[in-house]
Design a protein around this ligand. Structure first.
Ligand SMILES: [Zn+2]
Length: 185
């Protein structure tokens, strides 16, 4: 399954989560998500306990998806890492070989990673909330195709994500606005 084919179902899952949490834009409190969805648990671990190069990992035991994470990493990156692992928990059987996940999978690792990143971006800064934020920050519907760094930083603060994450979300948002579905009269 390609990312494109999967993106509609990812948006649908994210939308259900947002509605359950009563999310109306801005910073999504991940703690609220863990309160609402008892199927997840968080486990802070030392960096050495995680697979090499990983900031977080997910393991499924007895119906509970446990997200192990390195609490020392930058807070905004941590939020994205945890959201990424929630994505794995909702979309994939498991994640990372070192956590005894079967190597055989219908989705190659790279596709699963892209799906989890896509999920995390949509969860923390969905396009409609980016539009709401831009509207309040710029005061016009004529949003720049190439946003300035200060604007990106303002958006990153608004959603409490990294500038890299919001730059990616903004690019997706901008292409929606410029594509055939977003043609202006
Ligand atoms: Zn991953």
């Amino acid at each position: 399954m390609t990312l494109l084919h999967c993106s509609y179902s990812i948006v649908s899952v994210v939308d259900q989560i947002h509605r359950r949490l009563g999310y109306s834009g801005g910073k999504l409190e991940l703690a609220q998500m863990f309160d609402e969805f008892p199927g997840f648990s968080l486990a802070p671990v030392s960096k050495n306990a995680l697979p090499r190069h990983a900031l977080a990992a997910m393991v499924r035991r007895g119906g509970i998806a446990t997200i192990a994470f390195d609490p020392e990493q930058d807070r905004r990156r941590l939020r994205f890492s945890i959201a990424h692992e929630i994505g794995h928990a909702l979309l994939h059987a498991g994640h990372l070989r070192e956590f005894r996940i079967p190597q055989r999978s219908r989705n190659p690792e790279s596709v699963r990673e892209r799906q989890a990143n896509y999920f995390a971006g949509e969860l923390l800064a969905p396009p409609w909330a980016v539009e709401l934020a831009l509207d309040s920050m710029i005061g016009t519907l004529e949003f720049p195709a190439c946003p300035s760094f200060p604007l990106l930083r303002q958006l990153a603060d608004h959603f409490d994500v990294s500038v890299a994450a919001i730059r990616y979300q903004y690019a997706g948002f901008a292409s929606l606005r410029q594509g055939p579905a977003g043609l202006r009269p």
